[in-house]
Ligand binder design. Structure first.
Ligand code: THG
Length: 262
């Protein structure tokens, strides 16, 4: 599983304050801690309180690139914020995200090609978040078809079924998990799949427990990548164990240590 660390997000108070006060050290420490815990990429989101996300995202990207050359995942619903982040990118990059909205696809697919970026696409439209698996698959097919039309390889596409909180959308979890499996057969080469894992436990108690059980099930359905908290040791242990059971790693008695990415 490809781990995208979720912690550089202005919705967390320490990061929100660091952005406001332009305190690079806080951001750089958070970047390195996540990488040391196994993150292959870092999600970067200015958060809802940022008043100037177009410049804040550039400041975040530049601060992070001073300490690591790991992949940066530019997270914003606003294409102009993504584009601004891309202008200062030196590391590898993932665009997070487009939706199935044609206007967004027409803007973000060419940007992904121009910057040699991977692209995360949420299966939502201007009508909002889908209510079942078939609606997710329909939107996924629209996204894949736009990529094919514009010459963007579906191998570089990550489809996101939108993980919903179990507290508010319990009846949808099964559909979300099944969508992960079915996204894979939409095209050849298969698109990849990703979820924002912590969404699942928002507002709940026992968050880590909920997250790691969802993750194990999603990996069982073929999930390729997850935006998650890499500092949650139980969660990473669970992911490593799931991949062992799925025969992705060869068994040895010290499998947890052996497969913890350094
Ligand atoms: N898909 C994609 N990108 C995403 C998401 C997704 N990016 C954002 C989000 N969802 C994934 N990242 C987070 C980060 C934090 C939390 C959830 C998802 C979270 N935060 C605490 C909360 O809201 O309770 C904040 C706690 C605090 O303030 O300290 O849960 O789905 N492509």
């Amino acid at each position: 599983m490809f781990i995208i660390g979720e912690l550089i997000n202005g919705m967390y108070q320490n990061i929100g304050n660091a952005i406001k006060e332009k305190n690079k050290a806080v951001i750089q420490k958070c970047a390195l801690e996540q990488i040391n815990a196994g993150a292959g990429a870092l999600d970067v989101n200015c958060g809802p309180a940022s008043k100037q996300p177009v410049s804040d995202i550039q400041w975040l990207v530049e601060a992070i690139q001073e300490v690591t050359d790991k992949t940066i995942c530019l997270d914003s619903s606003k294409p102009q914020v993504i584009e601004s982040g891309l202008k200062v990118i030196k590391n590898k990059v993932i665009i997070n995200s487009t939706t199935a909205d044609p206007e967004k696809l027409e803007k973000l697919i060419p940007l992904a090609k121009q910057y040699n970026a991977k692209l995360i696409a949420l299966t939502i439209s201007s009508k909002g978040i889908p209510q079942n698996k078939d609606q997710r698959l329909e939107l996924a097919a629209m996204i894949v078809s736009a990529c094919v039309d514009m010459g963007f390889s579906t191998e570089d596409l990550y489809l996101d079924p939108i993980a919903m909180p179990v507290k508010v959308a319990q009846a949808q979890e099964k559909d979300i998990l099944e969508a992960i499996r079915e996204f894979k057969v939409i095209s050849e080469p298969s698109p990849k799949t990703v979820v924002g894992l912590s969404n699942v436990s928002q507002g709940s108690t026992s968050r880590s427990l909920i997250n790691r059980n969802f993750l194990a099930m999603a990996l069982g359905n073929g999930l390729d990548a997850a935006i998650l908290d890499p500092l949650d040791k139980d969660l990473i242990d669970s992911a490593i164990t799931t991949e062992l059971i799925l025969n992705k790693n060869i068994y040895c008695d010290s499998f947890l240590e052996a497969y913890r990415k350094k």
